[in-house]
Design a protein around this ligand. Sequence first.
Ligand code: CTP
Length: 404
Amino acid sequence: MSILADKTILLGVTGSIAAYKAAALASKLTQAGAQVDVVLTPGAEKFVTPLTFQSVTGRRAYTEADLWGNEAHVLHVGLARRADVFLIAPCTANTLAKLAHGVADTLLTVAALAAKCPLVIAPAMDAGMYAHPAVQENVRLLCERGVVLVGPAEGHLASGLHGLGRMSEPEEIIGHLRLVLGRHGPLARHKVVVTAGGTQEPLDPVRYLTNRSSGKQGYALAQAALDAGAQVTLVTAPTCLKPPVGARVVSVRTAQEMLDAVLEEASHADALLMAAAVADFRPAQVPEEKITKRDGIPSFTLEATADILRALAERREAGAKQPHVVIGFAAESRDLLENARNKLRAKRLDMIVANDISAPDAGFAVETNRVTLIYADGKQEALPLMSKAEVAEAIVARLAKLLE
Ligand code: CTP
């Protein structure tokens, strides 16, 4: 989560029962390396204490008493000025109205008027209040001014009612913060397609052939590209992962579906990061009915699937509009660099990420990877053992250079 590292987040907490979730939010942001300054409104203090936030952020949390304390004259300015982003979560209908109309009657709302950084708000309100025309008008005013609104989500409300008004989950809010912080990153205005996961090739209506790819490296690449400000399309085979906030997701299942999606998406993208583990073979015939034991032990004839990167290279050579930069991945269990170099040439790549899957700490379904980057001009760069998120950031940094 390096985009959050060393960033200062001013977290305003207002008087909603969702204030308890703000503590988890502050904790996650702190764990990601951010400095989190918390300001509680008097209403928030009825639900949670400053000590809760001080305990998870390791920093002083501010309350209404501070507005009238010794440092009051500079406090709101200082808090607002040092923030990279001002997040108000949860934001009640009352604070939302004050923000919309410039009311400055609490430390939080005074700081909001002094802040020059982006403002992100996560509303929380019960009993259909969010749908009230007054609230909707305030939301419209704030959005018009460039405020980023996260949620609210639909679901169970504290009153027992069901509806729109729950504060979005901390992960969702952090995803939006990352988008705001990455807005002007090195890939801003670039369209990047990332593929991820292992394709599934049906054997019959209930069974399929697949591989051990978890999709983690591809999803981490999508997140890293978003952090760098790119518009990201994630073409994904089935995985258990949650796509990063802000990515446009195209779900596919088979190698053929992935081929169709990549050819379509790549024709208007600046870069393609082909991290998916695409099946090389599929059953030549797929019965319409489930194969049963009564039928005896089945045997299958396989046929080759299309090679997506080769298909793209052919189109590139035929002059069709293709991404400026295409990066492939090579998962190898032997002759790592030689095989990767051959694939780089055969698939006409700008870079290939060579990955030794025979190592226990790299490759499929683990949290780390040890990769070597090989460029079209023959240059080679071995990266140390890193988390998949760090590998993704390193690749995206190289991508930004290649796109320059
Ligand atoms: N790839 C592809 N289409 C396929 C198979 C792979 O575009 N049908 C892409 C992968 O997404 C990866 C690169 O090609 O970026 C290399 O994949 P890999 O499986 O290592 O190589 P293969 O070409 O499939 O060769 P082999 O499995 O025989 O080593």
